[in-house]
Design a protein around this ligand. Structure first.
Ligand SMILES: NC(=O)c1ccc[n+]([C@@H]2O[C@H](COP(=O)([O-])OP(=O)(O)OC[C@H]3O[C@@H](n4cnc5c(N)ncnc54)[C@H](O)[C@@H]3O)[C@@H](O)[C@H]2O)c1
Ligand SMILES: [Zn+2]
Ligand SMILES: [Zn+2]
Length: 406
């Protein structure tokens, strides 16, 4: 079958790979009817999240039809139309029982301390083959798959695989309450979902920080106040829109590929630029050699630093942008002096998907509004390049396996 594979840092290709098989009684095999490209896939291709094994199928967001289930699968049946949770979890261990699926003790073959298991990720996350393919093996199918209501379109459903749950978790762990002021750093797909979720949770003012005009426009269309960090100093702008205090919470929806301001009042001085240069080389040395044609960030901790500087005293920082295990820099002194609460997580998708399907229906909320491109999977390599450059209109890309129309 055809699949999009990681072929080395900076290299992604369309490959012929073996068909997936049931390997464990708790597995299912699904036919994928839609998958999508995520900012997380970009970190891996740019080399800013290292440890990918060449040949791994990319992608962790998909909707499909179940073709086959192992004998231990009881909830999911062949023929079910399902959304796949990006994070793989056993459903049975103490963490899964507490709905902390991204901390599952059993799903990651590298052991309980290895971090979250997910599709299409580096060796440390499994590795498990991903979902940008015609078919996929789904471990722990009863937990990882959710049967979809008939009324939901496959486009809306696709956004429940990862980014709507992640954006919602970002707002939830930011403790967003009715009347709050919230700042969301990063207006990519995850940031857009964090903005939507903050509004759903009752935030009065949402401040949206980015530099890409059409992403800021989409944030504004949702009701957020756009802040272009190359036109305004984002920390000053946050204070300006919150009576001088700073917002109640800041959500980092950028992660390790964060950029610094290259012009305007927030442009760093020489020493800060030098520090960012060193930080970038320390966190992702291989990205320079092998991924240089891709747009790695040039200041891995910039968005996070602005969050800590901008939030009000006793406020909350919610970190949903991804950082690799070797990201070690954090302004702990300032956070401590400001009495901040800091929360960070890979999303526990299986906890949020059923709840958000209901919430979206009740609020007539359609996350697929951010899906701006639909392409056959054969176009994936070009799509990766456009999305990497954040070209106008390339907010979120759906990939359709050619022979899997449904
Ligand atoms: N925690 C989770 O479970 C989870 C799940 C999915 C995605 N993610 C992560 O969320 C992050 C965002 O994903 P995405 O798909 O939206 O990615 P994306 O790359 O499309 O978007 C990132 C956005 O951040 C902006 N940006 C860069 N530097 C900035 C800065 N200093 N301040 C403000 N904005 C800045 C970019 O211009 C871009 O629009 C990624 O790190 C991704 O890996 C986390
Ligand atoms: Zn994703
Ligand atoms: Zn578990």
């Amino acid at each position: 079958m055809k699949a999009v594979t990681f072929d080395g840092i900076g290299q992604v290709k369309l490959s012929d790979v073996p068909e997936p098989q049931i390997q464990e009684p708790t597995d299912a095999v699904i036919r994928i009817i839609a998958s999508s490209i995520c900012g997380t896939d970009l970190h891996m291709i740019r080399g800013t999240m290292s440890g990918m094994i060449p040949g791994t199928i990319l992608g962790h967001e998909a909707v499909g039809i179940v073709e086959e289930v192992g004998e231990g699968v009881t909830e999911i049946k062949p023929g079910d139309r399902v959304v796949v949770a990006s994070t793989i979890a056993c459903g049975k261990c103490v963490y899964c029982q507490a709905q902390e699926f991204s901390s599952c003790d059993r799903a990651n073959p590298n052991g309980p301390e290895a971090g979250s298991a997910f599709f299409g990720g580096p060796g440390t996350s499994g590795p498990f083959h991903g979902l940008q393919a015609e078919r996929a093996r789904i471990p722990y199918a009863d937990t990882v798959l959710t049967k979809l209501p008939e009324a939901i379109s496959k486009e809306d459903a696709l956004l429940f695989s990862d980014i709507f749950p992640t954006g919602y978790m970002g707002a939830e762990i930011a403790d967003v309450k009715p009347g709050d002021t919230v700042a969301v750093f990063g207006c990519g797909p995850v940031g857009q979902m964090a903005i939507a979720s903050s509004i759903l949770l009752g935030a009065k003012i949402v401040l949206a920080v980015d530099v890409i005009p059409d992403r800021l426009e989409m944030a504004a269309a949702q009701g957020a106040i756009p802040i272009n960090y190359e036109l305004e100093d984002p920390v000053e702008a946050l204070k300006k829109h919150s009576n001088g205090y700073g917002p109640d919470a800041c959500i980092d929806a950028v992660g390790v590929d964060s950029q610094q301001a290259h012009s305007g009042p927030a442009k760093n001085g020489f020493l800060s630029r030098l520090t960012s240069f060193i930080d970038q080389r320390l966190v992702a040395p291989a990205s320079l050699m092998f991924g240089s044609q891709w747009r790695a960030g040039d200041a891995p901790y910039q968005a996070l630093r602005w969050c800590v500087e901008g939030v009000r005293k006793s406020g909350v920082i919610s970190i949903i942008g991804v950082y690799p295990l070797n990201a070690v820099s954090f302004p702990i002194g300032l956070a401590m002096q400001k009495a901040l609460t800091i929360r960070a997580a890979n999303c526990s998708h299986s906890k949020y998907i059923p709840k958000l399907l209901k919430l979206a229906e009740e609020n007539d909320f359609h996350p697929a509004d951010i899906l701006t491109r639909m392409h056959v999977m054969e176009d994936a390599i070009a799509c990766y390049k456009h999305f990497d450059k954040r070209e106008p209109g390339w907010m979120k890309v759906e990939l359709l396996p050619k022979n899997n129309a449904a």
